[in-house]
Design a binder for this molecule. Sequence first.
Ligand SMILES: *Cc1c(COP(=O)(O)O)cnc(C)c1O
Length: 378
Amino acid sequence: MLACRAMADDPKLPDDWVRPGPAGVRPYVPGRPVEEVQRERGLEQVVKLASNESPFPPAPEAVAALEACSADQRLYPDPGCWELRDLLAGRLGVTTAQITVGAGIDGLIKYLGILALGPGDALAMSWPSFVQWRAVAGIQGARVDAAPLASDGSCDLDGLLAAIRPETKMVVVVSPNNPTGAAVESGDLDRFLDAVPDHVLPVLDEAYFEFLPAGGHDGAALVASGRRLAVLRTFSKAYALAGLRIGYLVGPEQLSQELARVRNAFDVTGPSQVAALASLRAPGTGLAERLDLIRAERERVRAGLEDSGMTPLPSDANFLFVPFADEGEAAGAIERLMAAGVIVRGTGPFGAPEGVRITIGLPEENDRMLAALAASTG
Ligand SMILES: *Cc1c(COP(=O)(O)O)cnc(C)c1O
């Protein structure tokens, strides 16, 4: 039996086999899975408010479409994602050729890095921000020029401009910014795009686009108006399809053609295409109401945290960032929440400032989180 066999020594890789780029990258640290925490702590109920997932299930139409296609997975999926790209193009007012679908924004970030970044190149971004942008530069052996955030936690666009050098290939604006939550103003974004030098491709990570208030920026509309930029959106957050790994890029047609060189042949599964299509076609009722509920809960949670003496940063997304004085305080809050069965995200992996990022859940989940924090600070 396998379990009884003595384990052989695990063979080692040759010295210096991994390139210096990836060798210097820290592996992504995901939020702890619910089942693991449940088992470890002997808790009956565990709430995960750690990965900015939707607290709601996907649209019923998406679930039905997934079930209907489940027995029919014999063939490779459509690598061109034509139906989805056509539908998105019509909705966004861009051409189908301006859209590339990928295995989440994450997959598209990798492709952008492979296309544009190598040793000697640079990527400019704010920090702390979405760690995968920093990682892809490292993997490719390119350097990261990090600009501090504005005081509200949004990207400091002037700081980003100042970080651009002759070697810079991309300047990345994550808005709303993760882990902090605030978005840049749309007028400021316009002025920023005007000022980005010609040798740089501006990239706008709009993972939380659907949560923006009226009057917020709209990267796809900027592309439709002829702006040269790449915009990234996802079905993982507002559409509650994080498990399926599907997102898209809107940008110049030439960028789509270049991305086609490096894409995996069949990187977007059939079921994810089916579910994304069904989500977009689902009648307008569900999504808007759910987004409203999450926004209302976010402000209720903010008030609750403030009552307990905390000062969350402004947020235009489905999460709040609570700064703490030091690492110890943040770790203490995370541990007390964990003991109460609430998983949140420490920002150690994101770098300073020390803090806790809390995803907005269902009202009862948020209450449980607030109660645990109030008990520990009061
Ligand atoms: C969640 C997130 C992503 C990743 O989205 P996927 O489509 O699930 O890969 C990208 N950027 C930001 C800022 C995010 O918060």
